[in-house]
Structures are given as structure tokens and as C-alpha cells.
Design a protein around this ligand. Structure first.
Ligand code: ATR
Length: 273
């Protein structure tokens, strides 16, 4: 019997990663023989870690904090969505070359549109934050043809830079400051890291109507402060657990050519938090 194809998730820290459990379930479901483990890379030795992995027969890797930009620089070829994101969360080791992709944005969009059943087409969408997490999801969001995408950031220049980078994709895209938001949005997505420190982006409650759908890219056993705030003002809320599962499914598809069912894995993972 041949050895299973080997995949890993590389980060620092990495002990908390749920990706091995997710991919184990995908493999079980689809009958694929793979192994998938956590791999801690020293902060200053990401490239070396990847080279050793390739030399030892690894087939691919997911990349998480803080190495997504380094993975982008290391890849020989990039998908358009990785190019736009400026970051890579999925590597595929091909014959003599390394392919870099980014499945985070499509993961977010699938979780909103397919799993939560909320259409983005023709809707007013507000994206909070202008760091790596925000940049990574803009192209897939624009591909859904919202009526308008508004980018807001605490440091407004960063939102303006992103709006300039993505203008010309056929969707109206605007950069604003938090103080310049008055109207309600159909969909509000929190891509700031504020929830990590139990903090709130300084958004006014008027952005939430009682038909707003509000998404926090973070997740935890309890609703994040941002979700609690939005639901207090009448919005329907969802955390980022589904995005985690969907981005994994897209990586699995790139590597194995098969689409696992995500709903049962999402339900199971929720019980583990
Ligand atoms: P990531 O890769 O997670 O996006 P990042 O590149 O450090 O991390 O970006 C963090 C984002 O969260 C930024 O948009 C940051 O705003 P600034 O650009 O003004 O720093 C935003 N952010 C972090 N804490 C925040 C808070 N308490 N309120 C509002 N925005 C916050």
C-alpha cells in the first residue's frame, strides 16, 4: 500500500488550528487517502520549512498567520485571486514549481451566499477594515456584483488605497471614514482584527437596519462583541466559522479535485467550540 499524500497547515502559533480536523472529515467523506498535520514554522524560517516539506514529498500546505505574505512571495505562480489579495493561504507543490492560491475570499462568499443563503448581487455592502483580511476578500465579493461596496477603515488612507486598487472591476467602490457612515447597509462584514482584543470597530448603529446581515470574520464559542452589538440593533448575525470550513473546502478542491460537503463539517465543528 502506498503512503497517503501529505498536507500540512503552517503557522506560528499553530496548536490551535482546526484545519487538520476539517480536512480529516473531508478526506473521510470523499474517500481520499491523505494525511494532514499542523506544522509550526520558526518565525524566521518559513521558506526553509516549506523547502524541507517539498523535499520530503509534501503535496501542499495551508498557510496561516503570520506567513501569508511570505507564502505569496515564495510561490512561482499565483492564481488571480491570490495576486489580488497579495497573500497566499494555499500552496500546491507541483512538478518543479510552487503554485499559490488564496481561498479565503471565496470561502467568505460561499459561506454568506450558499451556506447562509444571503445574496450579495445588487446589495449595498459595507466592509470594515483595510488590512490583509479585508484585501483578501474584495475580489470575490466584487465577483458577486453587489450594487456598491463601501470600504471603511480607522486609518482612512488604507481604505482609499484599497478602493483605488480594486476600482475598475465593474462595481461602484467607495472609501470612507467611520464618521462618514450614516445609512443602513444590506450586508456588513467585519474584517478588522478588533474582535481579537474584544474591541469594536467604531461603527454607528445606523448602519444596521433590521434587515441587515452582519458577518464577523472572527469566531468563538460565544458571539463576538461586534455580533452582540449588531444583533442588539436588529441585524441577523453570523461568525467566521463557516468561512473557515469553506476556505478549507476550496483548498481541498484545488488539491484533490473533489468538493466535500461543508454543512455537516460546519455543524460538527460548532459542537467542538
Ligand atoms: P489582518 O491581516 O487581520 O487584516 P492587519 O493587516 O493588521 O490584520 O489589519 C487589521 C485591521 O483591523 C486594520 O484595518 C485595522 O485598522 P487600521 O488600518 O486603522 O489599523 C483594523 N483594526 C484593528 N483594531 C481595530 C479597532 N479597535 N477598531 C477599528 N479597526 C481596527
Amino acid at each position: 500500500m502506498s503512503l497517503p499524500d501529505r498536507y500540512v497547515v503552517i503557522g506560528n502559533p499553530i496548536a490551535h488550528s482546526k484545519s487538520p480536523q476539517i480536512h480529516a472529515r473531508f478526506a473521510e467523506q470523499t474517500g481520499q487517502q491523505i494525511s494532514y498535520e499542523r506544522l509550526l514554522a520558526p518565525i524566521d524560517a518559513f521558506e526553509e520549512t516549506v523547502k524541507i516539506l517539498i523535499a520530503s514529498g509534501g503535496r501542499g500546505a495551508n498557510i496561516t498567520v503570520p506567513f501569508k505574505q511570505e507564502a505569496f512571495r515564495l510561490a512561482d505562480d499565483l492564481s488571480p485571486r491570490a495576486q489580488a489579495a497579495g497573500a497566499v493561504n494555499t500552496l500546491q507543490f507541483r512538478e518543479g514549481s510552487v503554485f499559490g492560491d488564496n481561498t479565503d475570499g471565496v470561502g467568505l462568499v460561499r459561506d454568506i451566499v450558499a451556506a447562509a443563503g444571503v445574496a450579495l448581487r445588487g446589495r449595498q455592502v459595507l466592509l470594515l477594515g483595510a488590512g490583509g483580511a479585508a484585501r483578501g476578500v474584495i475580489l470575490p465579493l466584487l465577483a458577486e456584483s453587489p450594487a456598491r461596496l463601501v470600504l471603511v477603515n480607522r486609518t482612512p488612507e488604507r481604505a482609499a488605497e484599497l478602493a483605488a486598487q480594486f476600482s475598475g472591476e465593474g462595481v461602484l467602490i467607495e472609501a470612507r471614514g467611520y464618521a462618514d457612515l450614516g445609512e443602513a447597509f444590506d450586508v456588513v462584514i467585519n474584517a478588522t482584527s478588533a474582535s481579537l482584543s474584544s474591541d469594536l470597530p467604531p461603527v454607528l448603529p445606523s448602519v444596521f437596519g433590521n434587515r441587515s446581515f452582519v458577518y464577523d470574520m472572527m469566531y468563538a464559542a460565544e458571539p463576538t462583541p461586534f455580533m452582540a452589538f449588531a444583533s442588539y440593533y436588529g441585524a441577523t448575525v453570523r461568525d467566521g466559522l463557516g468561512m473557515l470550513v469553506e476556505q478549507a473546502a476550496e483548498s481541498f478542491y484545488l488539491w484533490r479535485g473533489m468538493r466535500p460537503q461543508t454543512a455537516p463539517v460546519y455543524d460538527w465543528l460548532r459542537t467542538q467550540l
